[in-house]
Write a protein that binds this ligand. Structure first.
Ligand SMILES: Cc1cc2nc3c(=O)[nH]c(=O)nc-3n(C[C@H](O)[C@H](O)[C@H](O)COP(=O)(O)O)c2cc1C
Length: 187
C-alpha cells in the first residue's frame, strides 16, 4: 500500500501563498511515489480543546466534541507523515493551526504513541522580512519543543516571506524547496 502524507493548511485566505506551496509539496510527495492529501483547516469546524480530560477516560483519540476533529483523529493517527503549512500570526503559530494542534491532547492516553517517529514537515509564511522580525522563530521553537516531546521526526522546514512571492527567482526557489520537502518526507 502506498504511503500517505497529510498536508494541513491553516491559512483562511483564498489563493494563499501557503496553498501554492502546499501544491508544490503535493507534487514532491507524488514524485516520491506516495499519496498526498491537502486538508484546509480553515474550512473545517474545529472547536478549541476544552481541557476536560474526558479523552483520558474515554480512550486514545476520543474527544467528546462532535466536530470535524472526529474524522481527523483516525487519519492523523494512521498517517506516516504530515506537513503543516500556515502563516505566522502575531509572531507565532496561527489560530486555525493551533486549535488543531491543541486537540492532539486527546492522543495523550497512550503517551502520544501515534506521533512516535512520525515524519513532520513545516512550511511557514510571514509578511515581515525574516524569521526574527516576523516571529517565525517562535513558531519554529514551539515546534522543536512539541515534536521532541512527542518523539516525532521534525525533518524538513521551509520558511518564506510573502515579499518573496513577487520576486520571480526567489519565488521559484521557495516553490522548489516546498517540492523537495514533499519528496523528502514521502521517501
Ligand atoms: C492576524 C494576523 C497576524 C499576523 N501577524 C504577523 C506576524 O506576527 N508576523 C508577520 O511577519 N506577519 C504577520 N501577518 C501576515 C501573515 O503572516 C501573512 O500575510 C501570511 O504569511 C500570508 O500567507 P498566506 O497567503 O499563506 O495566508 C499577520 C497576518 C494576520 C492576518
Amino acid at each position: 500500500m502506498k504511503k500517505k502524507v497529510l498536508i494541513f493548511t491553516g491559512s483562511p485566505r483564498e489563493n494563499s501563498y501557503g496553498a501554492s506551496l502546499a501544491q508544490a509539496a503535493v507534487r514532491g510527495v507524488k514524485k516520491a511515489g506516495a499519496l498526498a492529501e491537502i486538508i484546509n483547516l480553515s474550512q473545517l469546524k474545529l472547536n478549541p480543546c476544552q481541557a476536560c480530560d474526558r479523552c483520558r477516560r474515554r480512550g486514545t483519540g476520543k474527544c467528546f466534541q462532535k466536530d470535524d476533529m472526529t474524522q481527523l483523529y483516525p487519519r492523523l493517527k494512521k498517517a506516516r507523515a504530515i506537513i503543516l503549512v500556515h502563516p505566522v500570526y502575531w509572531f507565532n503559530i496561527n489560530a486555525q493551526t493551533k486549535i488543531f494542534i491543541d486537540r492532539w491532547y486527546a492522543f495523550g492516553g497512550d503517551n502520544y504513541a501515534c506521533f512516535k517517529n512520525k515524519k513532520i514537515g513545516l512550511i511557514l509564511t510571514f509578511a515581515d522580512r525574516d524569521l526574527a522580525a516576523s516571529g517565525a522563530v517562535n513558531a519554529i521553537q514551539a515546534y522543536k519543543d512539541m515534536f521532541s516531546y512527542l518523539g516525532s521526526d521534525l525533518c524538513s522546514l521551509v520558511t518564506t516571506s510573502t515579499q518573496d512571492r513577487n520576486r520571480t527567482e526567489k519565488a521559484a526557489k521557495v516553490l522548489r524547496q516546498a517540492y523537495e520537502l514533499g519528496r523528502e518526507i514521502a521517501s
